[in-house]
Design a protein around this ligand. Structure first.
Ligand code: V47
Ligand code: SF4
Length: 368
């Protein structure tokens, strides 16, 4: 239930709320007014109206697991708690046989998606990753493969001397069906230079996703928030994604990733509050009117905040995970061994007043 709009004193906020309720596209100034709003119940109501128009009472989840082929990486992102140098304690680099062994443990399970993301290994080329895809597909033919951030693709293409189109086409031929949204961080160049000076830039990140969409590879997008960025940087990030989505329609989901502060060199003390995380969910839902799904990624948020995010526009809670990812636990997330059963995922959804729907990678309902 939304309070009468004339009771909103701030005229910029009132204008933004009116536009949101009428389903009008929000401008940058509207987004900034929403970020300044301290009334989270208003933001919750606006985001809920919007999510109901897009997704009704559905909240999606899937049966998935992650493969993180290596944490050795040529880049030096200062927020990263995961990267190691070759041979350093705590580093790993799985061979294709190691990856086959991981997949064999899921052969009897009804997983529908394998999520593959890792560091940018200096000595692995596109043919290695093509063989990796083929090996996964051979053992788990019923599962879709969502693999490689634009940062990993960029390195594969550069090393091969190929275009993004040729690189993505080869990966698609070997089983790549969708791409995860990582590596986007914050597109603003001044912030990006401080966070991840040697990583794929914003223009290339967007070009790679645009190329993937053209080739029929659907993808997600992320935004790393809660570090050194200002609200204006978040808004310009969202607007660049919205602009690309207008052009291609190829993004399925957007995932706001809260910066986790432990064991990295960024040196930002503490993390943003839960209220700020929820406010950000609502603003993302309202600004990104053309990306259908907003994901509350529970291994990073924690299960309670994931559930609260359902009242701030989120309609996707990712999946079962099966304790298969280390990116967030290494950065200090409360979930040190993230794993949920289908029953548990469904209970979080129904307790929040929504209807749980098992989906495949492409948000089609799974019938069992
Ligand atoms: O790009 C790294 C983030 C991302 C930290 O598409 C950190 O469904 C917070 O791609 N604090 C990779 N975040 C993860 C990723 C992803 C995750 C969940 C779902 C999907 C999807 C994709 O992890 C990186 C970076 O933004 N990250 N370190 C940190 N300290
Ligand atoms: Fe490498 Fe990714 Fe860590 Fe950056 S965030 S250092 S690209 S593993």
């Amino acid at each position: 239930m939304i309070a009468p709009l004339h009771t909103i004193v701030d005229s910029r906020l009132r204008a933004a709320a009116e536009k949101a309720l009428q389903g009008e596209r929000l401008a940058a100034a509207d987004g900034l007014a929403l970020y300044e709003c301290e009334d989270n119940s208003l933001l919750s109501s606006l985001a809920t109206c919007s999510r109901r128009q897009i997704n009704g009472d559905k909240v999606f989840y899937n049966r998935n697991f992650h493969i993180e082929p290596t944490n050795i990486c040529v880049n030096h992102c200062v927020f990263c708690s995961y990267r190691r140098r070759p041979g350093e304690a705590g580093s790993w680099e799985y061979s294709i046989d190691d990856i086959r062994d991981i997949c064999r443990t899921y052969v009897e399970q009804p997983v529908t998606e394998v999520h593959i993301v890792g560091g940018v290994h200096p000595a692995r080329d596109i043919y290695f990753y093509a063989s990796l895809l083929q090996a996964v597909k051979q053992l788990l033919p019923q599962a879709s493969i969502k693999a490689f951030t634009a940062v990993e693709i960029d390195y594969m293409a550069q090393q091969a001397g190929w275009t993004y189109e040729k690189s993505l086409s080869l990966l698609k031929e070997h089983g790549l069906e969708a791409m995860p949204g990582g590596g986007a961080e914050i597109f603003d160049e001044t912030v990006r230079r401080q966070l991840c000076p040697d990583k794929t830039g914003a223009d290339a990140w967007l070009r790679i996703h645009e190329t993937a969409h053209r080739l029929g590879i659907r993808s997600n997008a992320t935004m790393l928030f809660g570090h050194i960025e200002e609200p204006a940087h978040r808004i310009s990030h969202l607007l660049r994604l919205r602009e690309l989505q207008d052009k291609t329609g190829g993004f399925d989901a957007f995932i706001p990733l809260k910066y986790k502060s432990q064991h990295n060199r960024l040196g930002v003390p503490g993390e943003v509050s839960t209220e700020e995380v929820l406010r950000n969910f609502a603003v993302c839902r309202l600004m990104l009117d053309n990306i259908p799904h907003l994901k509350a990624y529970w291994p990073m948020l924690g299960k309670d905040v994931m559930q609260r995010a359902l009242s701030f526009g989120a309609d996707d809670i990712d999946g079962t995970i099966g304790d298969s990812t280390k990116i967030y636990s290494m950065a200090g997330a409360a979930e040190q061994h993230p794993s949920l059963t289908v029953k548990e995922l469904e209970n979080y959804v129904t307790a929040a007043g929504y209807r749980a729907v098992e989906r495949n990678t492409f948000y089609e309902p799974v019938k069992r």
